[in-house]
Design a protein around this ligand. Structure first.
Ligand SMILES: [Fe+2]
Ligand SMILES: [Fe+2]
Length: 356
């Protein structure tokens, strides 16, 4: 695809696309052989929330409905759709069913990632009935894709700490709740991943999808994966490795060794930039420019969609913010890092926003 040629990409999308910029991600893998080129769409963090009876929080519904509608209208058509987790808010059957009903309108094969809001009521049991295994891998046109369930935590916290499943969910669902527990991929899944990657040629582009970041960004808000280093060690042998994650509801990027990290936005709401606890351990890289937005209380200010171009095996994230200035975060071969070139000047960066 030409550089962020959103108009061409959306031609045929008609009035819906013309009127709105919708929360979804479009990913293009452009290889030397044009026949291998393909795109996929990425939708994440819809947080479908049940109120009562047949009533659900309308704004979150609208975010997902619009993403699905636009994905269906894309030209060229994506080969498949990723959903990045947190389909539901509190993991109930009502929420998961309602979300599934909306996702069922997608005209494409859809791959699902588990989010903590989907998981901690029944530990993913109902989600599995709808979508199958919590972690898996697949190959598509020369790229190896891995989907991880990165939102697991300590057994003691999961099984012994809380009197009810509902309370467990509520504790884990809070953004800055000190009763929450750090996310992790865990031993069993890391062993599976090691075995899965054994058979993959190390020159094959590798794209890992997770819900939490597979890096340690900010512990106070669980923008954090406790065994991140151990997972990263498994990705290190690959010449071209990328992790794309949801959960943080904002634009982030980072480079650790050969692994590039990029986040996607939510269809529900943006989070402000982490800064609640002065004492909280945080590793937010300077390079990670806060989203170019001013108002975390305006729920559409920083939702949006993006092209992700992986032409060289490294990603160029082209974020189209619904109601704010578009952004590009592209891997820069000269520095070996992802850069938001328009915002490298510190004076242009928006300072972190306080979370109340
Ligand atoms: Fe989320
Ligand atoms: Fe999440």
């Amino acid at each position: 695809m030409p550089d962020n040629n959103r108009r061409d990409f959306l031609k045929g999308a008609g009035a819906v696309a013309a009127a709105t910029t919708l929360p979804l991600s479009v990913v293009e893998l452009a290889f030397a052989d044009p026949a291998q080129n393909f795109t996929f769409a990425y939708i994440s963090d819809s947080h479908i929330q049940h109120v009562k009876g047949t009533q659900f929080v309308r704004n979150w519904d609208r975010g997902l409905i619009r993403a699905v509608a636009e994905t269906n209208l894309l030209t060229p058509k994506p080969d498949f759709v990723m959903f990045g987790g947190d389909l539901a808010q509190l993991g109930t059957k009502e929420e998961l069913d309602h979300g599934a009903e909306m996702l069922a309108k997608l005209n494409y094969k859809t791959y699902m990632v588990m989010g903590e809001h989907d998981y901690y009521l029944d530990l993913g049991e109902y989600w599995s009935k709808l979508y199958g295994p919590h972690y898996y891998s697949f190959d598509h046109k020369g790229v190896h894709f891995v989907v991880l369930n990165s939102i697991l935590t300590f057994d003691d916290w999961t099984y012994n700490r809380w009197p009810t499943a509902k309370q467990r969910m509520l504790e884990m669902a809070g953004l800055d709740n000190p009763n929450g527990s750090p996310f992790m991929v865990g031993d069993k899944q890391r062993q599976w991943l090691a075995k899965d990657l054994e058979k993959v040629d190390k020159a094959t582009p590798l794209v890992v999808f997770s819900h939490s970041p597979i890096q340690k960004i900010y512990k106070g808000w669980n923008f954090w994966t406790d065994d991140a280093e151990q997972v990263q060690a498994l990705l290190k042998p690959f010449a071209k490795a990328t992790v794309i994650y949801g959960h943080v509801h904002q634009i982030q990027y980072n480079q650790i060794d050969n692994i590039t990290f990029n986040s996607v936005m939510a269809t529900a709401w943006p989070w402000p930039y982490p800064q609640s606890y002065a004492q909280a351990e945080q590793h937010l890289p300077k390079l990670t420019v806060p989203m170019n937005r001013a108002n975390p209380f305006f729920e559409r200010d920083a939702t949006g969609w993006q092209f992700i171009d992986v032409a060289t095996g490294k990603v160029a994230m082209k974020y189209n913010l619904y109601n704010n200035t578009n952004r590009v975060v592209a891997f820069d071969p000269a520095t070996g890092k992802p850069l938001d070139s328009a915002f490298q000047d510190l004076a242009k960066q928006i300072p972190p926003q306080v979370h109340y």
